[in-house]
Design a binder for this molecule. Structure first.
Ligand SMILES: *Cc1c(COP(=O)(O)O)cnc(C)c1O
Length: 221
C-alpha cells in the first residue's frame, strides 16, 4: 500500500505535462507490480541486466527507461525493447545504439547527458561537445536513433541555489536545440532532470521528465 500511496501523492503534485519515471533499480518485482497496479507504466533502471530480467517477467505495456551509464558492449541486451536511454554521452555509444536498433528494425529514442554538476564523477557532455556531436555529418547518418532531448544530474548538495543554477544551465542548453528539418534524428521535446530530493525545483526550472525512486519505493541499501 505504501508504494501506491506514495505514487498517488507524487502524481497529484506533478503538473499534467510532466512525465514521471518510477526509478525501480534494486527493487523486487513485487514492488514494481504494486506500482504497475496503481497505473504506473514508465520505469527507470540503471543496470541493463536487471532491467532485462524485469522486462522479461513483467507486463509488456511497460516503457523501460535506461537511466544509468551505458557500456557500449551491453547495448545489444536492451535494443529489442528499451523505450528511452537517458545517459548517452558519446558518439561511439550513439553509433552502437544505432547499429543495434537497426538489427531490430527500430528507432531508439535517446537523451544526451549533459555534465552540469561540480563533481567530476558525473558523466556527460559539455555544451561545446554537444554542439560538435549534433552538427557532425556522421550524426546525420544515424537513422535508427532519435535524440529527443537532454538529461542531467545536479550536484549532490543541500545548497538549493547551487542546484537551481545547474538546472537553469541545463535548461538554457536545451533551449539552444532546434529541430532541423533535414535531420529528423534530432527532435528535442524532453528535458529529464529532477530526482526525489529536487524534482519540484527541477520542474520550476523547466524539467519535463522527473526520475523518482526513493520517494516512491523507499530507500535503497
Ligand atoms: C537512482 C537515480 C534516480 C532516482 O533517485 P532518487 O533519489 O531515489 O529519487 C534518478 N536518476 C538517476 C540517474 C539515478 O541513478
Amino acid at each position: 500500500m505504501a508504494i501506491k500511496n506514495n505514487l498517488e501523492r507524487i502524481k497529484a503534485s506533478l503538473p499534467a505535462n510532466i512525465t514521471l519515471v518510477a526509478v525501480s533499480k534494486t527493487k523486487p518485482i513485487s514492488d514494481l507490480m504494486e506500482a504497475y497496479q496503481s497505473g504506473q507504466r514508465v520505469f527507470g533502471e540503471n543496470k541493463i541486466q536487471e532491467m532485462t530480467e524485469k522486462w522479461e517477467t513483467m507486463p509488456k505495456d511497460i516503457e523501460w527507461h535506461m537511466i544509468g551509464h551505458v557500456q557500449t558492449n551491453k547495448v545489444k541486451f536492451m535494443a529489442e525493447y528499451v523505450s528511452l536511454i537517458h545517459g548517452v554521452d558519446s558518439f561511439k555509444l550513439l553509433q552502437e545504439i544505432n547499429k543495434q536498433a537497426l538489427k531490430h528494425q527500430r528507432i531508439i529514442n535517446c537523451l544526451l547527458q549533459i555534465h552540469i554538476a561540480e563533481e567530476e564523477t558525473k558523466f556527460g557532455l559539455d555544451a561545446s561537445e554537444l554542439n560538435i556531436l549534433l552538427t557532425s555529418e556522421a550524426f546525420k547518418d544515424l537513422k535508427n536513433i532519435r535524440i529527443i532531448g537532454l538529461m542531467g544530474m545536479a550536484t549532490f548538495t543541500e545548497n538549493e541555489s547551487q542546484i537551481k543554477k545547474e538546472f537553469l544551465h541545463l535548461k538554457a542548453i536545451f533551449e539552444t536545440l532546434k529541430p532541423q528539418p533535414t535531420t529528423y534524428n534530432l527532435q528535442p521535446s524532453t528535458l529529464s532532470m529532477g530526482m526525489s530530493g529536487d524534482y519540484q525545483l527541477a520542474i520550476a526550472c523547466g524539467s519535463t521528465m522527473v526520475r523518482i525512486g526513493s520517494s516512491i519505493f523507499g530507500g535503497r541499501i
